[in-house]
Write a protein that binds this ligand. Structure first.
Ligand SMILES: C[S@@+](CC[C@H](N)C(=O)[O-])C[C@H]1O[C@@H](n2cnc3c(N)ncnc32)[C@H](O)[C@@H]1O
Length: 236
């Protein structure tokens, strides 16, 4: 069984400056899809091949997966895909902030690591800070797609995203879960889960016109909901 990386360990707290689109892609002006926690990058590499008029970036905290994935990305004839090493909770915010307006057009978080114990909740990838950075970079109408096979993982992601009030679901979408993936290429985990005929919980969110709440207010509300006992718990 593969061990998850603890994103809170000191090594992964070091900020990295991710390169701007001009340094990553042949046609930097194309819209960008960002896939957070892309593992070996099968989905983002496949999407890049199918959609050459978009740029695609995957970020991943496990370097041994990033090295072969980015090697493959650099061989793309379209020059429209890269897979980069970083802790999404430390290094993505600044990168998204510096993107030209409306350049980032889709963000996905697919099958994130299952930190579902309450004492591990700070290790979950979707934290208020990352969500607000995504909400700030996505213009109204742009997509934020999440999926997981674990209810204890997806439920807090949905609750936090709804709490922010910055996203709605497309009107035609089934609730609470979409039965289909809006992306045309499944991830590694998704293929495995589908082969096992296990359930997949998917939500497509779309950025609305609501201004972002102040981060500290969102964090406080989220703390009240996610950790109502409010007792500080030491990280293992
Ligand atoms: C369960 S895997 C799923 C991978 C892929 N999205 C899929 O669906 O097959 C979750 C991935 O997220 C990565 N990850 C976890 N926390 C992260 C973080 N803070 N920043 C970047 N990647 C992270 C893990 O290393 C792991 O590869």
């Amino acid at each position: 069984m593969r061990q998850h990386v603890n994103p809170l360990s000191r090594f992964f707290q070091l900020p990295l400056r991710l390169p701007p689109p001009n340094d990553l892609f042949t046609h930097a002006e194309q819209p960008i899809h960002l896939d957070i926690g892309c593992a070996r990058g099968r989905c983002i590499l496949g999407l890049a091949d199918r959609h050459p008029s978009w740029n695609h970036i995957g970020v991943e905290i496990r370097r041994p997966l990033v090295i072969p994935a980015d090697r493959e990305a650099l061989q793309s004839p379209h020059g429209n895909v890269r897979v980069l090493f970083c802790n999404a909770n430390i290094s993505l915010e600044e990168w998204m902030e510096t993107l030209p307006k409306n350049r980032l057009q889709r963000v996905s978080i697919q099958f994130p690591d299952p930190w579902f114990k309450r004492r591990h909740r700070k290790r979950r990838v979707l934290q208020p800070g990352l969500l607000m950075a995504i909400a700030s970079a996505l213009q109204p109408g742009k997509d934020f797609f999440i999926q997981s096979d674990v209810r204890e993982v997806i439920d807090p992601m949905v609750a936090l995203t709804e709490l922010s009030a910055c996203f709605d679901r497309p009107e035609a979408d089934e609730t609470p879960w979409r039965s289909t993936n809006p992306l045309s290429v499944p991830t590694e985990r998704e293929r495995y889960v589908m082969d096992q005929q296990l359930p997949v919980y998917r939500v497509l969110f779309r950025r609305n016109h609501t201004n972002q709440p102040p981060l500290d207010a969102l964090e406080q509300r989220w703390q009240e909901i996610d950790n109502p006992s409010n007792t500080p718990t030491p990280e293992a």
